[in-house]
Write a protein that binds this ligand. Structure first.
Ligand SMILES: Cc1ncc(C[n+]2csc(CCOP(=O)(O)OP(=O)(O)O)c2C)c(N)n1
Ligand SMILES: [Mg+2]
Length: 900
């Protein structure tokens, strides 16, 4: 073995493997020497191949995750470390001031209010951020789009504290941390673009969402480049800072193979391994860093472990026995947490003291020095080297696993303690200790007030910090919107939908036609992003495969089995469709990347994400919520909607409540259209509002798979379609009784049949209305109601729904394929109240007819409900209702689908 290779090898293993045990294990020694010979004569790559071949023969042996692990030490040996180019002293001082202000914000907020806040996350990750801010994270310039950074939500105080030193925030902002409604405004608790649209770009604090967004955003950046929608001289990097506890979220790790598969070397994850989450250790009985290393290596990532600070290099180099590394490997995270809390004497006794040779190794160190032996994530030189290696790495994404101490610097107030995450207050003694440790120039007489500290504008620290940001292109985080409006199609463009069609079609089919039409529109076609999780054939979107292709960074390396057919599975490097496979979370992440391209890249993109409505907000509701926060624009299409319309699939597929979920997202317009022309009017208006007018809203439309003839659009209904309700087909004049039936989606057809029966047999003239959006009707009604309440003597305002129905006589009934709560949303504003029919309860597999009877939303049930509403008003005899129940063949003793 030549000297260089031997040294590298030794520094990785502390020489441990060569002599491990020293116990006369001849097999181990023989293998070791053969290995060294191979390494010397064949080089590392061929040796690795040989070893893999041999390891392959172990296939029958039980799988062992440790094969994916390297020893518990830094991946980058000291001699391969890129030298730190900054001024360490100044950077340390800057970092200390930021630490202080971040802590002061939280402590201050909690001295007078109970608004909470977190100190310990940033305390552990200050070095991770500061090295990145001073040397790596690039801001947006005219020539460069800016790196994309996902900041760990709970570290937000650190980002505010830095922006304060940068002069972007003032004392008042910091003072009003978590008091956004205070006079003059405040700072949001966590990264929320909705609340701070010029500051935060990416929401992260619901754990796991930042990580999965970053994966799909990194891939979306490649998609934009492949489709020539952006042209970058240099590609931006994506950095995601996350917690080790956060890695337990399935969203965090569930999609990491995507990044390796797609060779996303634009992506860098920095995992702050402080070994703790909220309640206690992440893996007290194991080692989270090793566990994550195994997972990421297995998934094909480049893994850089930064476990030990520079002080350990010398110890590792001196340890020829390999025992130090062995001891490092033996200890579990619970032990390491304890070492961070106890004095150096404890570590001497329990860590080094296990082996006399190790005790010997640290005789020259005092207990104090032992206690101060740094962990890698607190050592700027180690972090710099890791970032440098990560940014230069080609072909694969990189994860940096940086070991830190939670609450670093808080001392007894929370350093390394299980209560650390919840610590929000510090007493005067603790504040003084903090001040001394980080050398903050604050005098005794004011320290109890935890004043903020900002050095003068011409101080070396501020000059340095600003110069660094200038050199890196500008401040971060910063959100700017520079996208030009799109030339969206006017309503005439959709004329074919307004004529209606004699042949039967579903709203899903209408949607597919609509997308095809939009793909032919000059102003927007390039901006469309159809997204689908493996259901294109179900919805008929496979018709688009051939024309616009499925995006694949590798193109199509094989001849598809169906290459001779028209709808063949056509992958292309510049494909337009994002076919995500079976991942609703991943598809939502893609939707969000596309839906925010107008801000992230200044390129407005129009995502149409179509999926099984049951697997929308019910499954990934938190991502729907985040889409609102991040100011997403685009269309979500919940297809195969309706608890009875999707008839054969049963309980876990049949959705009757996604509209209710969708209604909870403040910026989401939720629609339940019945006809193709309604769909066209809604989409046309959405395109106008989002992409021409620049409104930060997005759309949810339920789509159904029931075929029926699509009527022509009656004149003058556009406004009603958009507002949520319009009269579709009036009942005949001259009848004794009056009723109104609101229908939505395909269930409007039951309403129309009920209309005929009521006319013919019961002397009731029923108008049928199409209710396209109960959410919008309700929001508008609430807006008016509130205004009236706060202006009690002014002329009252009338909401759209009140105005529309004010002069109508008779009873009101609503029927849809959703649970009753969906139409119930407007009940308070319907004259005389609203009778609602719906699909409350679990779905069943059966025919549509039986299901609709079962849930009592079919024609007959609608007739009965209308008659009963009239009977309740004393307008028809109750016996008439009873007879109708008999005549219409409805079993009054049938079971009620709703359970409790
Ligand atoms: C989805 C979700 N679940 C729970 C929480 C509550 N929570 C906030 S911080 C935290 C612990 C975080 O631990 P870790 O990821 O290790 O971050 P650290 O603060 O240690 O850096 C928890 C459980 C959350 N924010 N999001
Ligand atoms: Mg943690």
């Amino acid at each position: 073995m030549n000297v260089e290779k031997k040294d590298i090898y030794d520094s990785h293993t502390g020489g441990a493997a060569r002599t491990r045990g020293g116990n006369g294990d001849k097999w181990s020694e023989s293998l070791q020497s053969v290995f060294e010979l191979a390494l010397e004569n064949q080089g590392p790559e061929r040796t690795a191949r040989l070893l893999e071949k041999l390891a392959g023969q172990l296939r029958a042996a039980p799988p062992d995750a440790r094969r994916f692990n390297t020893p518990y030490c830094n991946t980058i040996p000291p001699e391969q470390q890129a030298p730190f180019p900054g001024d360490r002293d100044i950077e340390r001082r800057i970092k200390s001031y930021i630490r202080w202000n971040a802590m002061a914000m939280v402590v201050k907020a909690n001295s007078t209010t109970n608004v909470g806040g977190h100190i310990s996350t940033f305390a552990s990750s200050a070095t991770l951020y500061e090295v990145a801010f001073n040397h790596f994270l690039r801001g947006r310039t005219e020539k460069f789009p800016g790196d994309i950074v996902y900041f760990q939500g709970h570290a937000a105080p650190g980002m505010y504290a830095r922006a304060f030193l940068e002069g972007r925030l003032d004392e008042r902002h910091l003072q009003n941390f978590r008091q956004e409604l205070a006079e003059g405004g405040g700072l949001s608790s966590y990264p929320h673009p909705y609340l701070m649209p010029e500051f935060w770009q990416f929401p992260t604090v619901s754990m796991g969402l930042g990580p999965i967004l970053s994966l799909y955003q990194a891939r979306f950046n490649r998609y934009l480049q492949a489709r020539s929608l952006v042209k970058w001289a240099e590609e931006p990097k994506l950095w995601a800072f996350l917690g080790d506890g956060e890695c337990d979220e399935p969203e965090t790790l569930g999609a990491i193979t995507l990044a390796a598969r797609e060779n996303l070397d634009n992506l860098i994850w920095v995992i702050n391994c402080n070994l703790q989450r909220l309640d206690g250790p992440v893996r007290g009985n194991g080692k989270i860093i090793q566990e994550l290393e195994g997972l990421f290596r297995g998934a094909g990532w480049n893994v850089i472990k930064v476990i030990w600070g520079t002080d350990w290099d010398e110890l590792l180099a001196r340890d020829k026995s390999g025992l130090l590394l062995q001891r490092m490997d033996e200890c579990v995270d619970g032990d390491y947490q304890k070492y961070s809390v106890e004095p150096g004497s404890y570590t001497r006794k329990h860590f080094f003291g296990k082996y006399p040779e190790l005790l010997e190794l640290v005789t020259h160190l005092s207990d104090e020095q032992i206690h101060k032996l740094l962990r890698g994530g607190h050592d700027a030189r180690k972090m710099y080297a890791a970032y440098k290696a990560a940014t230069g790495h080609k072909g694969r994404p990189t994860v940096i696993l940086a070991k830190t101490v939670k609450g670093y610097g808080l001392g007894e107030a929370g350093e390394g303690r299980n209560i650390s995450h919840q610590q929000k207050k510090m007493n005067e003694k603790e504040l003084r200790e903090f001040r001394e440790r980080f050398k903050i120039p604050i005098s005794d007489d004011v320290i109890a007030e935890t004043p903020f500290f900002r050095p003068a504008a011409d101080s070396p620290e501020i000059k340095y910090l600003l110069e660094r940001r200038r050199a890196l292109g500008g401040f971060l985080p910063e959100r700017t919107v520079a996208a030009a409006p799109l030339e969206v199609p006017s309503l005439d463009y959709f004329a074919e939908f307004f004529k209606g069609s004699s042949s039967e079609a579903s709203t899903t089919m209408a949607f597919v036609r609509l997308v095809s039409l939009l793909l032919r529109h000059k102003g927007i076609s390039r901006h469309l992003v159809p997204i689908i999780p493996d259901e294109a054939r179900t919805f008929g979107l496979d018709a688009l495969f051939k024309d616009i292709g499925i995006y694949s960074s590798k193109g199509q390396l094989y001849e598809p089995v169906d290459s001779k057919s028209l709808l063949y599975y056509h992958e292309a490097k510049d494909g337009q469709i994002l076919e995500e496979g079976i991942t609703e979370a991943g598809s939502m992440a893609s939707f969000i990347a596309a839906a925010t391209a107008y801000a992230t890249h200044g390129v407005p993109m129009i995502p149409f994400y179509i999926y099984y409505s049951m697997f929308g907000p019910q499954r990934v509701g938190d991502l729907f919520w985040l889409a609102g926060d991040i100011r997403a624009k685009g269309f979500l299409l919940g297809a195969t909607a309706g608890r009875t319309t999707l008839n054969g699939e049963g309980l876990q597929h049949q959705d009757g409540h996604s509209l209710l979920h969708a209604s909870t997202v403040p910026t989401l317009l939720a629609y339940d259209p019945a006809f193709g022309y309604e769909l066209a009017v809604i989409v046309a208006d959405g395109l106008r509002r989002m992409y021409a007018e620049g409104e930060d809203i997005f759309y949810y439309l339920s789509l159904y798979n029931e075929n029926y003839s699509m009527p022509a659009m009656p004149p003058g209904v556009e406004d009603g379609i958009l507002k949520g309700l319009y009269r579709f087909k009036p009942g005949p004049d001259g009848k004794k009784h009056k009723a109104h039936i609101f229908g939505s989606g395909p269930i409007i057809n039951s309403a129309l049949k009920a209309q005929e029966i009521l006319t013919e047999h019961y002397g009731v003239s029923a108008d049928v209305w199409s209710a396209t959006s109960y959410k919008l009707l309700r929001t508008d009604a609430i807006r008016c109601q509130r205004w009236n309440k706060l202006h009690p003597t002014a002329v009252p305002k009338k909401s759209y729904v009140e105005d529309l129905l004010a002069k109508e006589q008779g009873v009101f009934v609503a029927v849809s394929d959703n649970i009753r709560t969906v139409p119930d949303q407007i009940a308070p504003w319907v004259p005389g109240g609203l009778t609602t029919l719906g699909t409350d309860g679990f779905g069943r597999s059966d025919t549509r007819a039986r299901l609709r009877r079962f849930f009592e939303i079919d024609t007959e049930s609608t007739v009965i409900a209308t008659l009963y509403a009239l009977a309740e008003r004393g307008q028809v005899e109750r016996q008439v209702v009873e007879k109708a129940i008999q005549d219409l063949g409805v079993d009054p003793e049938k079971i009620q689908p709703q359970i409790v």
